[in-house]
Design a protein around this ligand. Structure first.
Ligand code: ASN
Length: 311
């Protein structure tokens, strides 16, 4: 049996009620050890236990840096809100994995009535100990998903994660990814969801960021030539902002050549994100930007799968 480390980063799984609502419990290790059947694992914590809605690229790097020093399987206890972002980021930041990296958490704290935490923790520990898969995964609600294919698709249900463009891993053959780049940093990237009537002003708040993921309508459609939004995108591109387009539908892919309304993608040098989920697009773009990649090199790298994140 391979050795396992549990890395606690915060999230509902370890929370307890406080004056302002649920918050991370700094003494969760004892409760966790008492609740799960596995007896022999190392316990680690990140310096700040967080609700994952407060996490960002710096936290992904901290988790990656701690993970690199671990041999054997790794279970990461994490909040569900941004678990898919962290999982996608880790799939790029961790190279040449030899053992499973499994993120899990809960919708209801382990120490509360009706919690899903123990079942999730048991699944994650089992995968970390036994699975031949050396990749970043999310184990949640009975499902084992590729980390960079998952999205949080329900705010309360115990089956909180979906993998809209890739089947669950249960039963599939293990694969080994060979990363063509080995960057260990990740830059912040914005996300702009298009809405009917969107105009130039929507882009203003993102001007300071080197990268932006645009969640376009349907298969990559957006207001085109003659609209203020189109002009604003053009100006953002002139300033050197790199823009990746994904679909806001929650499944499927950008096929921007289908409609005239998708023509902006090619006209403005936007990067089609294929069937990347938003979290995977944010993580991949941030990771490539942090390596200094821009222009055609960036577009080429975005189009090629690195860790199974796109078809
Ligand atoms: N707000 C929590 C978090 O993401 C939600 C959860 O873990 N279920 O940390």
């Amino acid at each position: 049996m391979r050795p396992v480390t549990v890395l606690y980063t915060g999230g509902t799984i370890g929370m307890r009620p406080g004056p302002d609502g649920l918050g991370p419990d700094a003494a969760f290790e004892g409760a966790f050890r008492a609740a799960v059947t596995a007896r022999d694992f190392h316990w680690l914590e990140t310096p700040h236990l967080l609700d994952s809605s407060a996490m960002g690229p710096q936290d992904w790097q901290t988790i990656a840096d701690l993970s690199r020093d671990i041999s054997g399987g790794l279970v990461i206890l994490h909040g569900t809100d941004t678990m898919a972002y962290t999982a996608a980021a880790l799939s790029f930041l961790l190279h040449d994995l030899r053992a499973p990296v499994v993120l899990t958490g809960a919708q209801i704290p382990m120490q509360s009535e009706g919690s899903d935490a123990i079942a999730n923790a048991e699944l994650a520990l089992d995968v970390a100990v036994r699975s031949p898969r050396a990749e970043v995964m999310i184990a949640f609600g009975g499902a084992l998903l590729r980390g960079n294919r998952a999205i949080k698709c329900h705010a309360q249900n115990p089956e909180a994660f979906c993998s809209p463009n890739f089947p669950a891993l249960n039963g599939a053959e293990p694969v080994q990814f060979a990363h063509p780049f080995t960057g260990r940093q990740i830059s912040p990237v914005g996300v702009l969801k298009l809405y009917p009537g969107i105009g130039a002003e929507a882009l203003g708040g993102f001007a300071h960021l080197p990268g932006l993921v645009v969640e376009a309508f349907g298969s990559g459609n957006m207001p085109g030539e003659g609209t203020s939004f189109h002009v604003a995108l053009m100006l953002a591109r002139r300033r050197g902002q790199e823009i990746v387009v994904v679909t806001q539908t929650g499944g499927g892919q950008v096929a921007a050549r289908t409609y005239a309304a998708g023509a902006s993608v090619a006209q403005l040098g936007l990067i089609p994100g294929g069937d990347l989920t938003t979290p995977a697009a944010v993580a991949k773009l941030g990771w490539l930007l942090a390596q200094g990649m821009r222009g055609n090199d960036l577009a080429d790298a975005m189009a090629r799968p690195v860790a199974g994140e796109m078809s």
